[in-house]
Design a protein around this ligand. Structure first.
Ligand code: ADP
Ligand code: MG
Length: 332
């Protein structure tokens, strides 16, 4: 019997009881579900297998009265997303549990992140304290280290909507303070109280590998031979493509600390110009109480020249993360 839900029917998903819809996008819907056998909560991402192509198929060679028909193409990017996710096993990356396909849909059964999107938490709290931001960026950097340095994968869509989290378990507030905000006493008391009041953020998990890509390492063999025959622009592109994730990390950190993004303009062309020139500022009064170390890290990440932009290794060694002395001058 078909279960009462809007999830498209697929037999091997019968073991899951659909609870509610968590999110919907242009080509996919995400549901919260429960494994009937184990009681484990999961998220199921259902993606349409085919998308209407921009190109129209001309049917008139079959009959003059036949109209042009839009072509349906298989959304190969979902398969790429699955292929990449299958090889990723990291505490800060959403785990793919199961993959199925029916005639019309793909089903990705994923680890459920009960806290939802970091984006919503920024909206709830306006901005985060430096401690809470560090707690998140450090975990994000560990996820990106696994992608860049251990798997040769570039995510290419890091943003607060794709950073999900587990809430901190309900524990007495004094312990919670020690758990996350070790040096909270030094920080903005208002923001700290707001963080705790809004519920703490525990483990974060990077999600949505829909745009991710495998890149070659300059020292590695390419799929079609050695790097020796590859054009310089390809080598450079591969080398610096990891930088897009680092730039995005800079944008996430900036936004967490003040509540608004580093680049903004009503006009798209003016915004593109600001991004191209790396034109952002630490606006007063919002940035006045924020440490020099945090600003230095943002400058290193929002560096227009990708060859000078901080790598994930540099982020993990940065004094704002480690709490040690500043290492050297700004890269900008
Ligand atoms: P899209 O390609 O449509 O952006 P995502 O994988 O980003 O697909 O999922 C869309 C939204 O669904 C996310 O922004 C999040 O709100 C929710 N979501 C996705 N995966 C999970 C998960 N594992 N746990 C909880 N919520 C999730
Ligand atoms: Mg997404």
């Amino acid at each position: 019997m078909r279960r009462k839900s809007t999830l498209p029917y697929y037999p091997s998903l019968d073991r899951y009881e659909i609870i509610k819809k968590l999110g919907d996008g242009a080509f996919s819907d995400v549901y919260r579900a429960r494994d009937r056998r184990t009681g484990r909560n999961v998220a199921i991402k259902v993606a349409q297998k085919y998308a209407i192509d921009d190109t129209m198929i001309d049917m008139q060679h079959l009959h003059p009265n036949m109209k042009k028909k839009p072509r349906m193409t298989e959304r190969a990017n979902i398969l790429k997303e699955v292929q990449i996710m299958r090889n990723l096993h990291h505490p800060n990356i959403v785990q793919l549990i199961q993959f199925n396909e029916s005639r019309e849909n793909y089903f990705l059964v994923l680890d459920l992140c009960e806290g939802g999107e970091l984006f919503h938490r920024i909206v709830d709290l306006t901005y985060f304290s430096e401690d809470l931001s560090r707690h998140i960026i450090e975990q994000l950097a560990h996820a990106v280290y696994h992608l860049h340095e251990e798997c040769g994968v570039v995510h290419r869509d890091i943003k607060p909507e794709n950073i999900l989290f587990e809430p901190v378990p309900i524990i007495p507030s004094e312990q919670r303070k020690l758990h996350i905000f070790d040096d909270a006493s030094k920080k903005d008391e208002g923001a700290f109280i707001k963080d705790v009041g809004g519920g703490g953020i525990g483990q974060i998990k990077l999600a949505d590998f829909g745009l991710s890509k495998v890149v070659w390492d300059s020292s590695a063999f390419t799929p079609c031979g050695t790097i020796g025959y590859t054009a310089p622009e390809i080598v450079c592109d591969q080398q610096y493509s990891k930088g897009v994730d680092m730039w995005a990390m800079g944008c996430v950190l900036y936004t967490m600390l003040c509540g608004f993004p580093p680049f903004y303009d009503e006009s798209i062309s003016a915004l593109a110009q600001k991004v191209a020139l790396g034109q952002f500022a630490f606006l007063s009064p919002w940035w006045d109480p924020i440490s020099q170390e945090a600003k230095n890290l943002i400058q290193g990440l929002l560096c227009v020249d990708p060859s000078r932009r901080y790598t994930v290794k540099q982020v993990l060694q940065h004094p704002w993360i480690t709490g040690k002395q500043m290492l050297g001058p700004n890269p900008t």
